[in-house]
Design a binder for this molecule. Structure first.
Ligand code: DNO
Ligand code: MN
Length: 351
């Protein structure tokens, strides 16, 4: 496995110098953040990211994310222009040495939580999702106060209502069709440039606000991989996104998709799933701290020859650190070290 770490660019309080001091760190996971969704990234911006990363002694091989424009997900006529731009981005990133691109196909909302600073018993804070709170939000109500944290701030409230309404006339099958159309255009480009595309599961892995969500479970991941049956059409196995539903057997999926050579990127994090579908809380990476058996997941990857990128996903805020929720230095660094420890043990036991 190649250990990696997400970095939000020069504005990030966590510096490349911090990140390189984490033992075993291989790659930076980053993106060009100043270009609107759907447009082409400049070669200069890409080259600048590469230069900064390499000067810090790290590899520039993973992008998270090249976002997919809503018109592609909605299947609107403008999608062909956005898909052409997407292919151009893949080519430019490949020229700069990128090997893996993470993206998602969630309508409107990327990851959704109800609180970003929930205080855990040990005084650390973490991201949580309480279904009861989500149920109280109706994005289409005229008086609705759309304030769930983590949402794309680039939408005005009116725009948000409009785009949510557009999805209302769409079924899950329509979204599958639009995903297939996108993949059929993008995967051949990725294959010809040697880039692995890695879709991120929907987070959480169920429908919210009546919007279709399809990258949610084993059955749907099977279907996804068959849409374009090419190794460059792969997944980001996000343990927390899949694992927040007790119905998903993340250990089984890790082993199965690794054996198929279709996991290109892993987001490793633990969640505590609340009973009766009441939601989940993000926890420290250690298995004992949440519902997921992190050792079993890594063992399934290891046993099945996983050789891709892995990063500690969200961390708690600990030791007084402030900043971007889920993306502080300390707890993610602890997570990285935990992953290193498990992997070293697996390597040596199997030797
Ligand atoms: C949240 C992340 C997601 C992820 C995208 C991938 O912290 O896991 O925002 O980057 O869904 O496209
Ligand atoms: Mn993730």
């Amino acid at each position: 496995m190649k250990l990696s770490f997400r970095w939000y660019g020069k504005e990030d309080k966590v510096t490349l110098e911090n990140i390189r001091q984490i033992p075993g760190m291989h790659s930076i996971v980053t993106a060009v953040y100043d270009v609107p969704v759907g447009e082409v990234w400049s070669r200069e911006s890409i080259a600048e990211l590469k230069k900064q990363t390499e000067e810090a002694g790290l590899h520039f091989e993973v992008i998270e994310s090249v976002p997919v424009h809503e018109d592609i997900k909605l299947g609107k006529p403008a999608r062909d222009r956005y898909i052409a731009n997407y292919c151009e981005n893949i080519k430019r990133l490949a020229e700069a040495g990128i090997k893996c691109i993470c993206y998602n196909f969630m309508p409107v909302f990327d990851w959704t939580r109800t609180q970003l600073d929930h205080v855990l018993p040990d005084g650390s804070t973490s991201l949580v999702y309480y279904q009861e709170q989500v149920d109280q939000v109706n994005p289409l109500a005229s008086d609705s106060d759309l304030t769930l944290p983590g949402w794309d701030a680039s939408y005005t409230r009116e725009e948000l209502k409009q785009v949510v309404a557009e999805y209302n006339s769409m079924s899950e099958e329509d979204l599958w069709d639009n995903l297939k159309y996108f993949l059929e255009a993008v995967i051949p480009t990725a294959a010809s440039c040697g880039v692995n595309m890695a879709i991120h599961e929907d987070d959480p892995c169920w429908s919210i606000f009546g919007l279709p969500r399809i990258i949610t479970c084993e059955e749907n991941l099977d279907r996804f991989l068959k849409l374009v049956d090419d190794p460059h059409n792969g997944i980001t196995l996000c343990t927390g996104s899949l694992g927040c539903s007790a119905e998903n057997d993340v250990v089984k999926m890790a082993g199965k998709y690794a054996a198929m050579g279709r996991i290109h990127f892993v987001h490793a994090r633990n969640v505590a799933v609340l009973e009766d579908n009441r939601g989940f809380e993000e926890r420290a990476h250690l298995s004992a701290c949440g519902s997921l058996d992190m050792f079993a997941i890594l063992k399934a990857l290891h046993d099945n020859g996983f050789d891709g990128y892995i990063r500690p996903d969200h961390g708690r805020m600990i030791w007084g650190e402030t900043g971007r929720a889920g993306y502080g230095l300390y707890d993610r660094a602890l997570g990285a070290t935990y992953l290193n420890g498990i992997w070293e043990a697996l390597d040596k036991i199997n030797r």
